[in-house]
Write a protein that binds this ligand. Structure first.
Ligand SMILES: Cc1ncc(COP(=O)(O)O)c(C=O)c1O
Length: 394
C-alpha cells in the first residue's frame, strides 16, 4: 500500500507512545519479495496441509450449522480435551471450567497474559534472541523487556544465574519459549529446574510458550508447569499451529491458575470474544485423533533437520544441533557480512530466503534462521545455492 506524505504525517501525529516504541517485524519485509523462483526457508510454518480428519471435522461442524460465537472461554469440549491432553502428556490437572481459556492462537495468548499481569514499568525477563512477538507484547502493555544474552556456545539456553542478576523490585515475570524460535534450542530438565528455583525464590510468574512442545527430536521434553511447585506460578501457552499444521485455524490455549485465567478472559471477551468456532471444533478432533499425524510429521521434520544440519556444516557454517521446533540457526560470521546483508544478498544472488538473526534480537546478529519445514528437494536445492554463495565469500 502506498502511503502519501500527508497520510504519513497524520499517522505519526496520532501514533501512541507505545506503538511508536515497537517496529514492524523484520520478517514481514521478505513476504513481498517471494517469487516462484525463490526457495523459502523463511516462514516458520509447517509445509503440511492440516490432516484430513481434522479438516473434515470442521466441514462437518459447518454442515451442522455451527457458525456462531462460543463461550468466551472456548467450547467446553475443547477445554476438556486440552485438560485431558495435559494430564496425558505431563500428569498436570487443569480444571477445564476455571483454569483454561481457548485463545486465537498463542499469539493472542502472549498478548493477553502480558496485558493481564503487567503494570507500567514492570519488567519481564526474556532471552535474546527470542520470538519476534515477545518484546512488543511487553512494550504494548507498558512493561519493559529485559533481555538476557544467549549464544551458540551454550546452545542458546537461558542460564538461571544470568536471570537472577537481572531481577529487581520491578521484575514481574520470566517469559520463556523452548523449543525456541528462532534457534531450535531445547532446555534440559536440569536447566529448567534451576530457572524454577529462581522463580520460586523471587516470587516471579513464569510465562512458558510451549507451542513447539511436540516438535522435539531425540531429547526429553519438560513442561515447565509440571516442575515441582511451578503450576501455581506458570502461565502455560499452547497451540495447534505447529504440531497439527493448523496455522490458519487460529486456535491456542492458556492454562494457568484460575485468577489469572479470569483476568485474561476479561480482556479476551472485549477484544476477540472467542476463537473461531470451526477452528475450535477442528482442534477437538486434532486432540482426539491426531496423534498418528503428529508422529508422522515429527519423523519427517527430524529427517529434514538432519539433512539441513549436515548440509549447513558441509558448507562450512558452524551450527549447534537444534533439538526442537523446525529451525537451524547457523553462524554466518565467517562470511564477514551482517546477517541482514547475508539474507538480502542470498535472496538476490541465489534466490534463497532465510531470515536475518538480528530481527530476533541483538544476540541473533551473526546468524540466520533457516526453516526446514519445506520439501526435501527444496532443502537440497537451497543448500546447493547457499553453498555456492558462501564459497564466494570465504
Ligand atoms: C514461539 C512462537 N510462539 C507463538 C507463535 C504464534 O503461534 P500461533 O499461530 O498459535 O498464534 C509462533 C509462531 O511462529 C511461535 O514461533
Amino acid at each position: 500500500m502506498v502511503i502519501s506524505s500527508k497520510q504519513n504525517k497524520i499517522h505519526k501525529n496520532h501514533a501512541s507512545q507505545r506503538v511508536r516504541q515497537i517496529s514492524p517485524s523484520g520478517i514481514r519485509k521478505y513476504f513481498d519479495l517471494i517469487s516462484p523462483d525463490v526457495i523459502s526457508l523463511g516462514i516458520g510454518e509447517p509445509d503440511f496441509t492440516t490432516p484430513w480428519n481434522i479438516r473434515e471435522a470442521a466441514i462437518y461442524s459447518l454442515e451442522k450449522g455451527f457458525t456462531m460465537y462460543t463461550s468466551n472461554y472456548g467450547i467446553p469440549e475443547l477445554r476438556e480435551e486440552v485438560s485431558r491432553e495435559l494430564e496425558r502428556l505431563y500428569g498436570l490437572r487443569y480444571d477445564p471450567k476455571t483454569e483454561l481459556i481457548i485463545t486465537v492462537g498463542v499469539s493472542e495468548g502472549v498478548d493477553l497474559v502480558m496485558r493481564a499481569i503487567i503494570d507500567p514499568g514492570d519488567e519481564v525477563i526474556m532471552t535474546d534472541p527470542c520470538y519476534v512477538a515477545y518484546q512488543p507484547a511487553v512494550t504494548l502493555s507498558g512493561g519493559i523487556p529485559v533481555l538476557v544474552p544467549t549464544d551458540q556456545e551454550h546452545e542458546f539456553t537461558l542460564p538461571a544465574s544470568e536471570v537472577e542478576k537481572r531481577i529487581n523490585s520491578n521484575t514481574r515475570a520470566l517469559l520463556i519459549g523452548y523449543p525456541s524460535n528462532p534457534t531450535g534450542a531445547v532446555m534440559t530438565r536440569e536447566g529448567l529446574l534451576q530457572l524454577a528455583d529462581v522463580a520460586r525464590r523471587n516470587d516471579l510468574l513464569v510465562v512458558s510458550d510451549e507451542i513447539y512442545n511436540r516438535l522435539v527430536y531425540g531429547v526429553e521434553y519438560t513442561c515447565f508447569a509440571a516442575l515441582p511447585g511451578m503450576k501455581e506460578r506458570t502461565i502455560l501457552l499452547g497451540g495447534f499451529s505447529k504440531s497439527y499444521a493448523m496455522t490458519g485455524w487460529r486456535v491456542g490455549f492458556a492454562a494457568a491458575p484460575a485468577g489469572i485465567i479470569e483476568n485474561m478472559m476479561k480482556i479476551h471477551q472485549y477484544t476477540t470474544m472467542c476463537a473461531p468456532i470451526m477452528g475450535q471444533m477442528a482442534a477437538v478432533e486434532a486432540l482426539k485423533h491426531g496423534e498418528d499425524s503428529v508422529q508422522e510429521m515429527v519423523e519427517s521434520y527430524d529427517w529434514r533437520r538432519r539433512v539441513m544440519l549436515k548440509g549447513l556444516r558441509d558448507i562450512g557454517l558452524t551450527c549447534f544441533e537444534p533439538r526442537g521446533a523446525f529451525y537451524c540457526f547457523p553462524s554466518i560470521k565467517k562470511t564477514g557480512l551482517t546477517s541482514e546483508e547475508f539474507s538480502e544478498r542470498l535472496l538476490k544472488e541465489e534466490q534463497v530466503l532465510v531470515i536475518h538473526g538480528s530481527t530476533f534480537g541483538k544476540c541473533g546478529e551473526g546468524h540466520v534462521r533457516c526453516c526446514y519445514a519445506t520439501s526435501m528437494p527444496n532443502i537440497e536445492k537451497a543448500l546447493e545455492r547457499m553453498g555456492r554463495f558462501v564459497s564466494r565469500l570465504i
